[in-house]
Design a protein around this ligand. Structure first.
Ligand SMILES: Nc1nc2c(ncn2[C@@H]2O[C@H](COP(=O)(O)OP(=O)(O)O)[C@@H](O)[C@H]2O)c(=O)[nH]1
Ligand SMILES: [Mg+2]
Length: 450
């Protein structure tokens, strides 16, 4: 394949998608290409430099959109496609930013025990080892059956729990190092959305598939990001599930892909971050280091302004990072549970920042209705806060002590404090009046009434 000279030396990201037959890999790729190959107001787009590949992808997509009834036929070959990601500025100058090599391991290669001759398992293992990112596609239709409570008597559930996931996890476990970003993708989210919560699905997978639980655990322990990303290649209102498991397109509907760009955006940002940890600085990485350090600030930057500033490859890359971060921020806000325990890009912003204590805060608690928060501190005070508004309601002062710890009775009427002056006190939580104290040296049953 010929690659234009302007595209040489461009950072390339190898992405490999694993998934059993019918999981949705081909439809995902063709829809992703369609969605990202048309330039939007965001200023970036994908191009397939190889004309033949470009034609094939368009042909596959033409079988997805609503004009005909069928779907792309299942393929069992290994396809490797190169996408170049460009940013075009307002003067219509086009800058290549990076390249994605996307490998679709078609069919049941991973899950079939008896493979046809043309499949080379060693080659697959090598490709997985060399990948920058592995997308593990979990078939949303099989998950639907699992969430509906079907057990191992159901063929789809049996395949999911006993073949697809264990076999893919084995490959990940054996062949991916800590620098390989591994993302779990739930395909066909349109079938699950509204009926099942992502957190319940994750819980169910952890509980039912030990191999999944163990791979997630060991990668999180190693500090790798692990995420479960729901996507739909066709969107929420394009096709309906038939009793035989096929999908029937709704007449006149058009596909509205959902979150297909999220895995790709994570690939870029995660890879950049792990390259930097491995200290392989190239000039491009130094620029990226600077960008990644400022992730949080960048996500707040004005995308339109950064597009106006695009004048070379560096500013184009900055614009792409800003654009991807915006998508990832929205995603993390909508699906905070998608992060399975690894590093988060955007730590949640506090709703309120309660900052009235003058010294170290020693304890915090809530009243049983959750409406009031109380905090105790080294400054001898216990403060009560209105949770909804975040403002201070009242203050109790421990006269003679330094630090103080506080707790509240179940009926929220009594506040107990333990403090550095060796006393335990009971307060009226409503009025702040001291009711009893257990004095130094007295036995527990000898309370002094105040
Ligand atoms: N509901 C729904 N069905 C999908 C989606 N993507 C794919 N499908 C269905 O799943 C079938 C298999 O998808 P395909 O991409 O060929 O699977 P592959 O074998 O992993 O490449 C398609 O023919 C569609 O009927 C999706 O996002 N939502
Ligand atoms: Mg396929």
């Amino acid at each position: 394949m010929k690659i234009k000279s302007s595209e040489m030396n461009m950072k390339n990201y190898n992405i490999i998608t694993l998934g059993p037959i019918g999981a949705g890999k081909t439809v995902f790729l063709a829809s992703l290409f369609k969605q990202l190959s048309t330039q939007t107001s965001e200023g970036f787009f994908l191009e397939v430099p190889d004309n033949q590949q470009c034609k094939e992808l368009n042909e596959i997509y033409s079988k997805i959109d609503g004009k005909n009834k069928g779907w792309p036929s299942g393929t069992r070959d290994v396809t490797e496609r190169i996408f170049t990601c460009y940013v075009k500025n307002q003067a219509l100058e086009k800058f290549p930013v990076c390249q994605f090599t996307y490998i679709d391991y078609g069919g049941g290669l991973i899950t079939e025990t008896k493979l046809p001759d043309q499949y080379d398992v060693v080659d697959l293992e090598k490709k997985v080892s060399n990948a920058d990112a592995v997308l593990v596609m979990i078939d949303g239709l099989k998950l639907l059956k699992l969430m509906q409570g079907k057990d191992l008597d159901n063929e789809a559930v049996r395949e999911l729990l006993l073949q697809d996931l264990p076999n893919m996890m084995q490959l990940i476990n054996n062949k991916c190092n800590r620098n390989t970003a591994v993302h779990f993708i739930i395909s066909k989210w349109d079938l699950l959305k509204g009926n099942y919560k992502l957190s319940d699905i994750i819980e169910s997978l952890r509980e039912k598939v030990d191999e999944f639980k163990n791979v997630v655990h060991s990668r999180v322990q190693a500090g790798c990001p692990v995420r479960l990303i729901p996507v739909s290649s066709i969107g929420m209102d394009f096709a309906t599930l038939q009793p035989d498991g096929s999908m029937k397109k709704k007449p006149g509907a058009i596909p509205k892909p959902f979150q297909l760009e999220i895995p790709i955006a994570y690939v870029l940002i995660d890879r950049v971050k792990s390259d930097l940890k491995a200290l392989k600085p190239s000039s491009e990485n130094i620029l990226l280091l600077d960008l990644v350090k400022k992730l949080k600030e960048l996500a707040h930057l004005d995308q339109e302004k950064s597009l106006q500033e695009v004048k070379d490859r560096e500013t184009a890359l900055k614009h792409l990072v800003i654009s991807f971060l915006k998508h990832l921020k929205d995603f993390e806000e909508t699906f905070p549970e998608a992060n399975l325990g690894g590093e988060v890009l955007f730590a949640p912003e506090p709703i309120h920042n309660l900052t009235k204590h003058e010294k170290v805060v020693c304890s915090v608690g809530f009243t049983s209705d959750g409406k009031t928060l109380f905090s105790s501190s080294d400054d001898r005070t216990i403060l009560f806060w209105d949770v909804a508004r975040g403002n201070l309601q009242k203050k109790i002062v421990q006269e003679k002590s330094s630090w103080v710890l506080a707790n509240i009775s179940q009926d929220n009427k009594l506040l107990f404090t333990a403090s550095a002056d060796k006393s335990i006190k009971v307060w009226d939580a409503n009025t702040g009046k001291l009711l009893y104290k257990l004095l130094k040296g007295l036995r527990v049953d000898r309370w002094v009434c105040c």
